[in-house]
Design a protein around this ligand. Structure first.
Ligand SMILES: *Cc1c(COP(=O)(O)O)cnc(C)c1O
Length: 380
């Protein structure tokens, strides 16, 4: 079906990686890997050089997020998906409430639903392309939602549910495709967790979390309760948040991490901070995102999927195409021209482009992308 269309070189972005995760890794990060080739790669994560790397990541993130007093950075293997199960095992005491508005926010809710020692969670659902925060609910001890729903390109506010502090409930926010790209006040959360293969342009397999003292205290209490006689809860060692915290405080992880992932992450955190930290990174992503939304609003054949401008993500931009134009075909032609990972989220099933505009992506490349898409559509 595809008659190949060759996009003129002058219209092509310098770098064609627009994935929503894994996302573009900068050349300097790859060079950092080469520099660490003999001193870090293939060396023990329990010795000073790798521990210094982890310390630099923790200090850099503390600075990036302007860590409130008493908050700390923990990390471990398994990615954000592992953190969901860790939260079920080590943070949710009896019952949680969830905002559910796409695949990722749904997955955490499903984990809680299937944990036999938790009560059925309360779900506050809304349609894909919108968001819904969990509302105040009696007998709930954790409120959970995603800052950025990567499957739909929706950004949700991050603020404590009113009354949640009084009922001693935690706020657990999935920041996976938001952290490093969208502004956040982490004091509004007790756990703001993410994986590094999105805005932090590293590889997957690791989770990081900004934890409040209340979250640390909760994990201690919940894990202790699991050791009591007759307790139904099982906290597998791998899902113990208290061991992750104890290791993080020593700049280590419970089990062996990917040192390459740490090297690329450390380089990215330093790059973000040296350019101006959160203010710089979020302005850069906002600029790239507005290039795409403005282009789509002017376009004859494309329009932003998210109708509420305030809910449009600045890190993952979703653009619907008119039915007359096959997004699948456009995505395939872009790929033939070296512009990759622009497809919509498969399970959402829309005629859509989805563009990751994380800090590593040059805003000028985003502008070039719009011209390249126009060229392809004109020549279909
Ligand atoms: C990518 C993503 C995840 C899953 O991250 P993994 O590292 O694959 O576990 C979870 N939540 C959101 C919002 C994501 O974008």
């Amino acid at each position: 079906m595809t008659t190949s269309i060759i996009i003129p070189k002058s219209l092509l972005p310098q770098d064609g990686r627009f994935g929503s995760g894994p996302s573009k890794i900068r050349q300097e990060q790859v060079e950092a890997l080469e520099r660490g080739g003999s001193t870090l790669l293939g060396t023990s994560h329990r010795q000073t050089p790798v521990k210094q790397l982890v310390a630099s990541i923790r200090e850099g993130l503390a600075s990036f997020f302007s860590l409130p007093d008493g908050y700390e950075i923990a990390l471990g293997n398994g990615g954000a998906s592992a953190f969901w199960d860790m939260a079920c095992a080590s943070l949710i005491n009896r019952r949680a409430a969830f905002g559910v508005y796409g695949s990722f926010s749904e997955k955490f809710a499903k984990s809680a639903q299937s944990a036999p020692f938790l009560e059925a969670p309360v779900l506050y659902r809304s349609e894909p392309g919108t968001f819904r925060l969990p509302q105040f609910t009696d007998n709930v001890d954790a409120y959970c939602w995603a800052h950025n729903e990567t499957s739909t390109g929706v950004a949700a506010p991050v603020r404590r549910v009113e009354g949640s502090l009084e009922q001693d409930a935690l706020v657990l926010v999935d920041g996976t495709s938001a952290a490093g790209a969208l502004p956040v006040d982490v004091s509004q959360t007790d756990a703001y967790y993410f994986s590094p293969q999105k805005a932090f342009g590293s590889d997957g397999g690791l989770w990081l979390a900004v934890l409040s003292p209340r979250a640390v205290e909760r994990a201690e209490r919940v894990e202790l309760s699991a050791t009591l006689e007759g307790a139904r809860r099982w906290v597998p060692p791998f899902l113990s948040l208290t061991s992750a915290i104890a290791n993080a405080r020593k700049d280590q992880t419970l089990n062996t991490p990917s040192v390459a992932t740490l090297i690329m992450l450390e380089n990215q955190v330093r790059w973000l901070n040296s350019n101006g930290g959160m203010a710089w990174a979020t302005a850069r992503c906002a600029k790239s995102a507005s290039t795409l939304y403005n282009w789509a609003e002017r376009s004859q054949y494309a329009h932003p999927f998210v109708t509420d401008p305030a809910a449009r993500s600045h890190s993952v931009v979703t653009i619907d195409l008119d039915d007359a134009i096959s997004a699948k075909q456009v995505v395939a032609i872009l790929r033939e021209n070296g512009i990759v990972d622009t497809a919509g989220y498969r399970k959402l099933g829309r005629n859509q482009l989805r563009i990751g505009v994380f800090p590593s992506v040059e805003p000028s490349d985003v502008a070039a992308l719009t011209a390249a898409v126009d060229y392809v559509v004109e020549h279909l």
